[in-house]
Design a protein around this ligand. Structure first.
Ligand code: WTA
Length: 651
């Protein structure tokens, strides 16, 4: 595995542009330098103190951490309810009228949901789930657009001690069915659809198709967002507004063990089969809420907007659980950033006086491309903190974000983490950390990270290698659902005793971390994590395809773009039409975000003598750069044939 640095980060690496914290901001900041010292003295004691102070327990825990590498248990013996901690306790404390979510539909309709509303709606939804037979320990699949019923459904599961597995609405029926099957979910919560780019995006037909292949699902709860005709199957399908609305507002939260599974979230790895990442209750809630308060400097009167989709981990941790545990007022927007025009986000910030924005570099680069006249039309003076997540942020985008959205004043926090880590692990603390554009700076207090070489030895400052974590943290994954061996193999076998993140990183002389992207067969397209092998299997699944290899090609907006090399079965000719058909096939099998942007028909693929496809060479070809070492190639003429082939079609 070679660590291939991003050229633009390399270029800035030595430039030494720094942004020390503004003293006025530092004076009011939630985070203090002492956090690092306290956590280093005794990291278990640090998390134990926070767990006692920040969470409401039905039964206090006895043991902070049981660590049988690689299996962690945090706050052992304790019991609590996550929904109670996110909703009820705030109402009890007199915050019932505080807004939990300002929701904005793409067509312009809005809803305001207070903590008291949330308590009523979550209790009613939980009672509906009970009526449908959901019990503690069950799995509930959720496939929904960005409507308020989505967090309500998640919290309703948490209230009963049932686990949810949210499947992003952009996934296909087939992908949904696979996840439902792996989780053995008994209930599916979905919607007739949602709005995207001015059009109705129907979800129920895909859900129905998935359900034909999902015998574990007994009932379906359907939110009506669009109206119009939605086929409902008698006995199986229930409208939310009929079933939930008639329930009692009284539903006592079920206290669960600290280590009870809160949710499963499927993510792509280096094989075709997505992994069900397991997150549990107490440690996860502590990790997400504490990082949220420190890293975004969230205050009681802030209006916080994380513009991710709840279908991904960023939404789970930083739209739902972290912010709600902190009684934060959030913004939730259903639709696209360019609808009706490219200033939709800036209009929302102005309307709601949003003070904290958290989004992906892809979005920032897309806005940059449209020019600063769009944000300039709006009053963005409410902005206090800007966050970035999901992919490496290039210094140019970082600087643009700070200048044009943050008015040149706000701290920018570049936050590194993963579905598996549950919470942010590497990030500046605003008011404390001197930032460098393009660097996620330092591990969060209590986190021990390192950069190691191929043998697992720590690389001295100034060098690059593999990013690892050397000590457990409260929100860490507890495993891969139903597959402890795969968990050990995937994360803990490459470097014994260490969690291997799959990312390359460099540290400069000052110890700043610079994330360099994935070093495995995982691509990052628009902040979406996509496995090369998953896309390859989708292509090979088509009747005309003999073989396929997929690589990520650097892209100025989306970070990486999918480049597919396809070898057709004998006697079949490549054509633009077939290229379109293959792209459509990938959309059907996985979802539109996995549709290859580039597709090249190639008579053969470069392989080693043992038959392994050399993706490294294909990456060189896709980037149009000089080829690396070709000596292990079984047939050297293959590369020349591919390079001579100019038939790559860009979409
Ligand atoms: C990448 C998203 C650089 C990284 C929260 C990681 C980042 C993968 C950053 C996880 C960042 C995330 N800088 N790279 N600030 N944040 N990544 O599971 O490659 O969807 O391994 O979690 O995104 O993606 P996931």
């Amino acid at each position: 595995m070679a660590v291939e640095p991003l050229p633009e980060i390399e270029a800035r690496f030595s430039e030494g542009q720094v942004f020390p914290p503004d003293p006025a901001f530092a004076a009011q900041a939630n985070a203090k330098q002492e956090l690092y010292e306290e956590a280093e003295r005794d990291f278990e004691g640090f998390w134990a103190r926070l767990a006692r102070e920040r969470l409401d327990w039905s039964k206090p825990f006895d043991t902070t951490l049981e660590w049988e590498l690689p299996f962690a248990k945090w706050f052992v013996g304790g019991e609590l309810n996550v929904a109670y901690n996110c909703v009820d306790r705030h109402v009890k404390a007199g915050l019932g009228d505080k807004v939990a979510y300002h929701w904005i539909g793409e067509p312009g309709d809005t809803r305001t949901i207070t903590y008291a509303d949330l308590q009523r709606e979550v209790a009613k939804a939980a009672n509906a789930l009970k009526e449908l037979g959901v019990q503690r320990g069950d799995r509930v699949a959720i496939y929904m657009p960005m409507v308020p019923e989505l967090p309500i459904a998640m919290l309703a599961c948490a209230r009963l001690g049932a686990a949810h597995t949210v499947v992003f609405g952009g996934f296909s029926a087939e992908a949904l069915a696979g996840r439902i099957e792996d989780a053995q979910a008994t209930l599916l919560i979905t919607a007739d659809g949602g709005w995207r780019r001015g059009a109705e995006l129907r979800l129920k037909p895909a859900a129905d198709e998935a359900l034909d292949r999902s015998p574990s699902v007994e009932n379906v709860l359907v939110v009506r967002r669009l109206g119009g005709d939605t086929p409902m199957r008698a006995g199986r399908d229930h409208w939310w507004h009929e079933l939930v609305d008639r329930q009692s507002e009284d539903c006592p939260p079920v206290p669960v063990d600290s280590e009870e599974m809160l949710y499963l979230l499927y993510t792509s790895g280096t094989t075709a089969r997505p992994k069900g990442i397991v997150h549990t209750s107490a440690g996860y809630l502590l990790g997400t809420s504490f990082t949220h308060e420190m890293i975004f400097d969230v205050k009681p009167d802030d209006v916080y907007w994380c513009a991710a989709d709840i279908g991904w981990v960023t939404g789970h941790s930083y739209i739902v659980y972290g912010p709600l545990a902190n009684a934060t007022t959030g913004v939730m927007y259903e639709g696209a950033p360019d609808t009706p025009a490219w200033d939709r986000w800036w209009q929302i910030i102005e309307d709601y006086k949003v003070s904290i924005l958290y989004c992906a570099p892809t979005a920032i680069r897309a806005f940059m491309k449209q020019g600063e006249s769009w944000p300039q039309k709006h009053d963005l003076s409410s902005m206090r903190v800007l966050g970035s997540v999901g992919e490496p942020i290039n210094p140019e985008a970082w600087l643009w974000y700070q200048e044009h959205i943050g008015g040149g004043r706000t701290p920018v926090v570049d936050t590194w983490w993963q579905t598996e880590t549950g919470m942010i692990l590497i990030s500046p603390l605003p008011g404390v950390t001197t930032t460098k554009p393009g660097s996620a700076t330092f591990p969060f207090p209590g986190i021990e990270a390192d950069v190691v070489d191929g043998e697992g030895h720590s690389v001295p400052l100034g060098g690059g290698g593999y990013l690892v974590l050397k000590r457990p943290w409260p929100a860490m994954l507890r495993g891969i659902y139903g597959d402890p061996e795969r968990y050990k193999e995937t994360y803990w076998s490459r470097f014994p005793g260490m969690y291997f993140a799959g990312d390359g990183a460099k540290r400069d002389e000052g110890g700043y971390y610079w994330l360099l992207g994935r070093v495995d067969d995982v691509m990052n397209v628009s902040g979406h994590r996509i496995s090369t092998i998953e896309v390859e299997s989708a292509l090979v699944d088509h009747k005309s395809v003999a073989e396929a290899a997929v690589v990520g090609k650097n892209d100025p907006v989306t970070g990486q773009a999918i480049f597919a090399f396809v070898t057709l079965k004998a006697g079949i000719e490549g054509s633009d039409e077939l290229g379109r058909e293959l792209r459509q096939h990938v959309t059907t099998v996985i979802g539109p975000m996995c549709r290859p942007k580039f597709l090249m028909f190639s008579p053969d693929l470069p392989k080693t003598r043992s038959g392994k496809i050399m993706r490294r060479l294909l990456r060189d070809i896709a980037e149009g750069r000089a080829l690396g070492d070709t000596t292990t190639l079984a047939d050297e003429t293959v590369v020349d044939t591919i390079r001579a082939n100019t038939g790559s079609a860009e979409e």
